[in-house]
Write a new protein. Structure first.
Lengths: 291, 208
């Protein structure tokens, strides 16, 4: 696209002329050429304008830009490129490949007209800018890639190529169909898939909430003998019995013995517990989860 | 010795009463990865924090009434951090249409002598468990995905056994009393986690 872009700007300026290979450059063909170049120039000018506004938007309003508007801009650009392509393919357009642009006059002086025409981008039509602006070959890297691609294409052979084209078309149409179909169709099949693999278990939820809420299934008291002796690091172990006395004395009107259902957690102290304490002994292996 | 409900207490100044709004659910181990991916996308942009905590629940039984419950929690990954002591009140039974469980919540940090202190005060450790998992945040909301494990030998956290094959998922917000828009936000967030997890208001008393 860049090549054509530059071609359009420079077909008009002074200092160049168009030289035809054929001897019989009739008026009609000349007129055709002029007309097609005119329309090409206008189309490219449109494209340039939309590119400019898009770049401006990206640079200055990037924080307010939404993805749909960016997509709109891209769609506009793609549409404009399409029209340019159509124009070039039009039968009324003469083949530009047979036309050559030769600069007739190169000067290192600043050319005001040229500068005005190109919006100050090319002030001088000199030896430096001509190879860039009048180039018709693509960049060397692009040329390399194109060569590789065409070699690969030639290598495959026409039948294989045709088959590949058909597969691609089939894939695209499948995808389009899936995307275009109403959402309910999709949802029903995906929900059927998901029912086979539930991701949570209600019983587990309840068990976990109960465990966190009030310690269900978390051992409340150690059965005697299953505890490793020697938790002397905890202050309460040696003061165990006396601690009970302290709490009882604090409550009004209680006998020294424990009353009611007091659940005591006394690790490492099974032997020292007074016998008239009721304890809840829950077996630690009582859980529904076999692992 | 249960604290009276928040609405009855006179407002005499001091700290604002914070309420915890809670929604709970669970996710099976095999679906944990998908849940973490989804949460990573939905939540605030920061690496999810892993944690490993040991929680001890202390009870103070008076001669009548329900026991007073305090929860002491310490981090196993950062042993030098202070302990976290939390009081959670009874869930407020008010509005049936409120989407989250609301209860009074008081949090304080405490030094490492907390277990001894509580024992001296007369509290007894009722049960303990280890919780290991990930913590996510979205604005005010905190999402905790944790695996609860039973501690066989008290004090010994090497030998723990997971309680179930699921991870507990809790969505909570700490806010001053009276802000009901919070539960609306929580509900809409919970919607986004369906059908992986169903976060709902579960009353622990129902499960007793």
């Amino acid at each position: 696209m860049i090549v054509y872009f530059r071609l359009a700007i420079f077909v008009v300026p002074i200092g160049c002329t168009v030289l035809s290979c054929g001897r019989n450059m009739q008026q009609r063909e000349e007129k055709q050429l002029d007309a097609s170049v005119e329309s090409l120039v206008t189309r490219v000018a449109h494209l340039k304008g939309s590119l400019q506004s898009f770049i401006y938007k990206l640079e200055n309003e990037y924080d307010r830009l939404t993805w749909p508007s960016v997509l709109d801009n891209f769609a506009l650009l793609s549409g404009q490129l399409n029209t340019i392509n159509k124009l070039l393919r039009n039968e009324k357009t003469p083949s530009y490949k047979s036309l050559v642009i030769i600069p007739l006059l190169l000067s290192p002086d600043r050319d005001e007209e040229l500068a005005k025409l190109t919006e100050q981008r090319v002030p001088v039509f000199s030896h430096e800018i001509v190879p860039d602006h009048l180039r018709t070959k693509p960049d060397p890297e692009v040329e390399e890639q194109e060569k590789q691609l065409s070699a690969e294409a030639a290598r495959i052979g026409p039948e294989a190529a045709q088959k590949q084209i058909q597969t691609l078309n089939k894939l695209c149409s499948n995808l389009l169909e899936k995307l275009n179909n109403p959402r309910d169709d999709r949802d029903s099949e995906t929900s059927a898939l998901r029912q086979n693999k539930p991701s949570f278990n209600l019983a587990d939820t309840n068990a976990l909430v109960a465990a966190v809420g009030f310690g269900k299934n978390l051992s409340k008291c150690r059965p005697p003998g299953s505890v490793a002796p020697g938790h002397t690091g905890q202050a309460m172990t040696s003061a165990g019995p006396t601690m009970q006395q302290v709490t009882i004395a604090g409550a009004a009107g209680h006998q020294p013995g424990m009353s009611g259902q007091v659940t005591q957690q006394q690790p490492g102290q099974p032997g020292k517990m007074p016998s008239n304490i009721k304890t809840n002994i829950k077996s630690a292996s009582m859980h529904p989860y076999n692992r | 010795m249960e604290a009276p409900p928040v609405t009855v207490m006179p407002v005499t100044g001091g700290a604002i009463n914070m309420m915890e709004y809670l929604l709970q659910g669970s996710v099976l181990d095999q679906s944990l990865e998908s849940l973490l991916h989804r949460l990573r996308g939905l939540c605030d942009d920061m690496e999810p924090e892993s944690f490993a905590d040991h929680e001890l629940v202390y009870l103070l039984r008076g001669q009548q009434g329900n026991p007073f419950i305090l929860r002491a929690r310490r981090s196993l990954l950062k042993p030098t951090s202070p302990w976290h002591l939390r009081y959670l009140g009874q869930p407020e039974v008010g509005d049936k249409s409120r989407h989250a469980l609301v209860r009074n919540c008081v949090d304080v940090a405490a030094s490492h002598s907390l277990p001894d202190f509580l024992n001296e005060m007369g509290f007894r450790m009722d049960h303990e468990f280890a919780a290991k998992g990930h913590l996510f945040r979205k604005g005010q909301m905190k999402i905790v995905v944790s695996k609860l494990s039973r501690v066989h030998v008290p004090g010994n956290l090497e030998n723990t056994e997971p309680l179930s094959l699921s991870y507990l998922v809790e969505l909570s917000v700490l806010a001053p009393a009276g802000q009901d828009t919070v539960s609306e936000d929580m509900k809409s967030f919970a919607e986004q986690l369906k059908p992986l997890v169903h976060l709902e208001k579960i009353d622990p008393k129902r499960l007793m």
